[in-house]
Design a protein around this ligand. Structure first.
Ligand code: HEC
Ligand code: HEC
Length: 492
């Protein structure tokens, strides 16, 4: 109010000046009057100018700074100094959204790691899941009752972004290769029990008779040859060599704005796609600016890429070859060839490298699903009554099969679930939540092996995904139907 009155007074003073300047021209009053008028105009114009300058300094840019003015030591001190408070704030946000506890079920992933059970997304105070399911999206939005964990999940440091590895990957790569994937500015944010098993097994489409060909090891540049020589052809073997060879990118390289303590040789494809699967490593999607609109992205498994037709959660590239080629040229998920060039870009050649890398990826099969028949449905002689009922819900009342089509449980399309019907645009610890737009229907075959769920890790258990779709699709499932649906998802 006060500011508005002052502004009105200034505007009136300037108008008075303009109206009376001409008649006073040349009179003795003119000097005093001119001085007063200059002051009035200046006090009005200065704030306008100041806003203009601030705006000019904050010109939106698609680019990251290339020319770094700070030494490595100064940046190291700055980033390590703020690490604890950034992590504490992020953990506070996670604790507000989820129960991160260790609640193993008796069901396991392919090699025996227990699946986590229970819905982990926290309910807002005073409502139950059933009450929410009976409200309209408009009512949930108006009352601010959409559970926080159903809204976009921020990166461990969304403002800074970049790739972050879980500690098991860091420890094993260090042990085998002496290469250090630790970032000094940030650690991975989710506990081990919520991540895929490590190291995960590998199944080849060409040699189903061999079972898990990883022999319980993490495949790296050091051991790929002894593990795969004699099983793969020379092209595939060369492709696997390249998939385990580190290349420079934004956080791991030799420049002063890297995030590794020592100059780094870079990262390999399999540092994230561990054994052709995923270890949960995270990053930001490259496809949008400014930074807060970029989605956190979970590393998807490469198992079953051979039956898929779209690659990337939103970019929908059309071939594995394209995906393999483009990641390196854009500094890995920063969509920025300028930075890639600065950090030491390695353009992989299409005919002798990209194709070989893609050929190996296309061999990565889904793990066996002993209860499914050739159509991808449950064999009634092997499944329990609960699982069979879950299948009925999946293909019926739950509407899941509209998008998740058997036998691989994907329609190879993207869909916009329009979750923004349920909440108002908001900032979540540096991430701007506006709704996701269309996202790829990730296949549900072997989905039990790939927590956390969704393109941005926002859902921690299969139980969470069922509650999410129950709201988003408005299917009003009973609690028995929800439990049985989870039991079915675990068999896929
Ligand atoms: C930082 C960890 C990381 C590294 C390193 C990495 N990826 Fe990925 N990869 C991801 C993430 C995250 C996505 C999902 C991208 C998205 O959602 O748009 C992805 C997606 C993919 C996809 C598409 C999968 C799908 O289901 O849509 C392919 C294929 C792929 N990566 C291959 C590679 C290859 C080849 C390399 C090495 C040249 C590589 N990746 C290196 C994390 C990584
Ligand atoms: C309108 C199409 C559609 C329907 C119907 C649908 N889904 Fe999905 N599903 C998707 C999309 C798109 C994603 C990816 C969402 C994301 O990553 O943000 C997804 C992701 C998932 C995931 C996680 C996949 C992953 O790799 O993280 C699970 C589990 C899942 N759906 C289960 C279900 C179940 C159970 C139902 C029925 C209750 C269902 N879906 C109904 C489109 C659909």
């Amino acid at each position: 109010m006060k500011a508005a009155v002052v502004l009105r007074f200034r505007i009136q003073a300037v108008i008075f000046c303009c109206q009376n300047a001409a008649p006073m021209w040349g009179t003795s009053m003119s000097k005093v009057f001119a001085r007063a008028c200059t002051l009035a105009i200046a006090t009005l114009v200065a704030p306008v100018l100041a806003v203009g300058i601030v705006y000019a300094q904050g010109v939106p840019s698609s680019y990251m700074p290339v020319d770094i003015k700070e030494t490595f030591q100064a940046m190291y001190a700055r980033f390590t100094g703020q690490k604890a408070s950034i992590e504490a704030e992020h953990q506070r946000v996670l604790a507000e959204r989820y129960d991160l506890g260790n609640h193993p079920s008796s069901a396991t992933m392919t090699k025996g790691k227990p699946l986590q059970e229970r819905v982990r997304v926290k309910l807002p105070a005073g409502v139950t899941w059933d009450q929410l399911a009976n409200m309209s999206p408009e009512e949930i939005k108006a009352k601010g009752l959409f559970p926080k964990g159903f809204i976009a999940m921020p990166h461990p440091n969304h403002h800074e972004g970049g790739m972050v590895f879980p500690h098991q990957e860091i420890d094993e790569v260090k042990r085998q290769e002496g290469r250090d994937l630790t970032r000094f500015d940030i650690d991975y944010d989710l506990p081990d029990h919520l991540l895929p098993e490590f190291p995960p097994p590998i199944y080849l489409t060409t040699r189903p008779d061999l079972g898990d060909v990883s022999h319980g090891k993490l495949v790296t540049n050091m051991n790929y040859y002894e593990l795969f020589n004699g099983i793969l052809n020379p092209k595939q073997l060369e492709g696997l060599r390249l998939l385990t060879t580190p290349f420079m990118q934004q956080q791991f390289n030799r420049t002063e704005d890297r995030k590794s303590v020592l100059a780094s040789q870079g990262v390999s494809c399999f540092d994230c796609h561990a054994n052709g699967h995923t270890n949960g490593a995270t990053h930001l999607a490259p496809d949008v600016r400014p930074q807060e609109f970029r989605h956190r992205i979970d590393t998807p498994t490469l198992r079953g890429v051979s039956i898929q037709r779209l690659f990337g959660s939103q970019r929908a590239l059309k071939t594995v070859e394209d995906f393999t080629e483009f990641e390196q040229g854009g500094a890995y998920f920063d969509g920025d060839p300028v930075i890639a060039q600065k950090k030491g870009v390695n353009i992989v050649e299409r005919h002798s490298q990209v194709n070989f890398m893609a050929e190996f990826q296309e061999l990565l099969d889904f793990p066996p699903a002993p209860k499914l028949d050739v159509l991808g449905k449950l064999d009634p002689n092997k499944a329990t009554a609960q699982e069979l009922h879950g299948q009925e819900v999946f293909f019926g009342k739950g509407q899941c099969a509209v998008c998740h089509v058997a036998p691989y449980y994907t329609d190879n399309l993207t869909h916009d679930l329009h979750a923004e019907r349920f909440f108002s645009p908001q900032m979540v610890n540096g991430a701007m939540a506006i709704g996701d737009g269309p996202i790829k229907t990730f296949p549900l075959r072997a989905i039990k092996d790939s927590p956390p769920y969704f393109h941005d890790d926002r859902l921690l258990t299969l139980d969470d995904t069922v509650e999410y779709f129950n709201l988003v699709l408005g299917t009003k499932l009973t609690s028995e139907e929800k439990h049985d649906l989870v039991a079915f998802l675990r068999t896929l």
